[in-house]
Design a protein around this ligand. Sequence first.
Ligand code: RNT
Ligand code: ZN
Length: 418
Amino acid sequence: MTTSERYASAKEMFASLGVDTDAALETLRKIPVSMHCWQGDDVIGFDHDGPLTGGIQTTGDYPGKARTPQELMADMDKAISLVPGKKKINIHACYAIFEEGEFADRNRLEPRHFAKWVEFAKERGMGLDFNPTFFSHPMVKDGLTLSSPDPEVRKFWIEHGKACIRISQYFAEETGIPCVMNIWTGDGFKDVPADRMGPRMRYKESIEAILAEPFDKTKVKPCVESKVFGIGVESYTAGSAEFTLSFAATHEGCLPLMDNGHYHPTEVVSDKIPAMLCFYPEIALHVTRGVRWDSDHVLILDDETREIAKEIVRCDALERVYIALDYFDASINRVSAWAVGMRSFQKSLMMALCTPNAALKKLQDESRFTELMATQEAIKMLPFGDVWNYYCEQCNVAGDFDLFGEVQKYEEEVLLKR
Ligand code: RNT
Ligand code: ZN
């Protein structure tokens, strides 16, 4: 049977449950998923020679990592060619691209230092998301940036944040697509703090100072990302869940960003999404896979990934949730890491879109819980794979079993020659 024949049969099966798979794929094609540039070089960037520091860590030393903007962009292009549907590009301030002999420190960054990224995005018809980089830098003093007791340190990082707002506005204006700008710092303490509120008050004031930089709220979407702990800051983080949630709730135009690696292991972001949508017009996500902790493993098609996508779809919130991926595995082929992660989230979205959500809601509202459980279990066995394969074929990208071959070829021809 051909892929189309299989799809035709699957389509009939889904239709008998009231699901229009053609419409689902049409929607899927238009949902932007932001691909993070930092998977390509283990979160290093181009503005320093040092290691990754500041509460996050990559592990592994797989050959072929990108060392220059050209290499990173080429690798991203390869990954993009393996991912169906609409993409956005997510970059960090440390990925500034300087002219030969030029350098600007983080607090002096200008839009022109990102002109090549704008060109890259525009040529591919994609939007750009942005992140100030509050790590891997000598002005991170004793692990602190925006919450530091040292006013000079705070000033430096506030200037960096403001510069990033201007760059984000430039991205939005150039691409015509809003730019999500995410503020995450690793600020915190390894051991029991003597003052928990002081750093948070300073953090609050610093973010307020950054957001005082004028910007168009329809173009720039500043976010605050929370975290329960980081490497070396196990006992306390300034940007805890309550802190960032309350900050976003009380500062118009600022969105809460949830990274599903940043909570206690039995907390799930899928359940937080519908709670937050009751209050926030828009929210943002970093989708990752934490294995026992915030390990940033490559996204796969696991239960929580599916559940996150389900909530976005069944809350009818595709226009209200900004989806970005955030993980970094240095132990495997990085192009494959991007492609597998992006495809996994798109598969999750596809499955959510091909689920008879209204019928299931009705069962719940009518308290038909036995039938609900039996039906939800039956849905798991529907021929989603036939729909996915057809989608890949329609989008002219490799099917799941061809993906590795494509990556291997690129590895032999390009990555291993570095
Ligand atoms: C770290 C946060 C943060 C970073 C990126 C690189 O735990 O998740 O979002 O991963 O900014
Ligand atoms: Zn994150």
